[in-house]
Design a protein around this ligand. Structure first.
Ligand SMILES: C[S@@+](CC[C@H](N)C(=O)[O-])C[C@H]1O[C@@H](n2cnc3c(N)ncnc32)[C@H](O)[C@@H]1O
Length: 283
């Protein structure tokens, strides 16, 4: 075998590149696990104190709408559960929860806030569960870190029972916070203070197409919150709480309007697993 014969094909190189990117995303989160945990600990206070607090506050409104209020008899998988914030909440509401994450450091925090929790360390695109194991799959702020989210969406469909529910977030490509552009620049230039991971950004149309291709029907894509507020936090953090307090009313009114939601800061998806037996692969 010559060295030319042994060199990987373009598709293999692409797959290896994607896998390396996923490993980098998990490593980056491992490095920030303590910071994530303390951000969540501080959430109990003012929801307008930071963009993180505000985003979780707005997201919570959506989760209240999209998930069943009580979970007795329902198995919920938190895909990319991180420090276990949502896992603990839905366990307290009676769901039978399982958390999965690629980062051991994140899972250690999850175990601290939910002792005895069922946790698995694995990649989100090769789930160590049988077909049709769960009633609900929740995946918050994870798709954005996957260079190719399709295998993970297909896996979510596979482990859901027919009629089961996926609730997930994704990052809008056209967001007015300009994060798509910032991220692309940060991955190419050494900009201090910016995360260098190439993130996945999308449109509601693309997200719908991907979800249908993965085996979901009844797909809803909502806009969770709106506005280039992240820049205010960077430039004038003291102005942020007052601004967010006033902004919220308008935000609630417009963030989920068709077309406008493309320019918001976060999509929230609700999708129901199709009842057809084999999950489609075509996107
Ligand atoms: C931004 S955190 C969100 C955590 C949690 N869902 C939350 O809302 O707090 C993203 C999580 O996804 C995990 N993650 C990213 N890419 C992954 C992959 N390919 N496989 C498994 N976990 C992954 C990270 O380790 C991290 O815990």
């Amino acid at each position: 075998v010559t060295s030319a014969d042994a060199s990987p094909l373009p598709a293999e190189r692409r797959r290896a590149g994607l896998a390396e990117q996923e490993r980098q995303a998990v490593r980056a989160h491992s490095d920030q696990a303590d910071e994530f945990a303390s951000r969540y600990q501080r959430l109990a206070g003012d929801p307008y104190r930071s963009c993180f607090a505000y985003s979780r506050h707005r997201l919570d409104d959506w989760l209240e709408n999209l998930l069943p209020p009580r979970g007795e008899g329902l198995r919920l998988l938190d895909l990319g559960c991180g420090t276990g914030h949502h896992l603990a909440r839905y366990a307290a509401r009676g769901f039978d929860v399982v958390g999965l994450d690629g980062s051991m450091e994140m899972l250690r925090h999850a175990l601290r806030i939910l002792p005895g929790a069922a946790l698995r360390r694995a990649g989100v695109d090769a789930l160590p569960f049988r077909d049709e194991t769960f009633d609900v799959v929740l995946s918050i702020e994870v798709l954005r870190y996957l260079p190719d989210p399709q295998p993970s969406l297909e896996e979510a469909a596979r482990v859901l029972r027919p009629g089961g529910l996926l609730v997930a977030t994704a990052a809008p490509r056209l967001s007015l916070n300009g994060y798509w552009l910032v991220n692309r620049l940060a991955t190419r230039l050494p900009v201090p203070g910016l995360v260098r991971l190439k993130q996945f950004f999308t449109t509601s149309l693309e997200l719908r197409r991907r979800l249908r291709g993965a085996g979901f029907g009844s797909v809803e894509v909502h806009g969770a919150y709106f506005g280039p507020v992240n820049w205010v936090e960077r430039i004038a953090p003291r102005l942020l709480p007052g601004l967010l307090r006033g902004w919220q009313r308008l935000d609630r009114a417009i963030a989920d309007r068709p077309f406008i939601r493309e320019f918001g800061n976060m999509f929230v998806v609700r999708a129901v697993r199709d009842s057809r037996p084999s999950v489609g692969r075509a996107a």
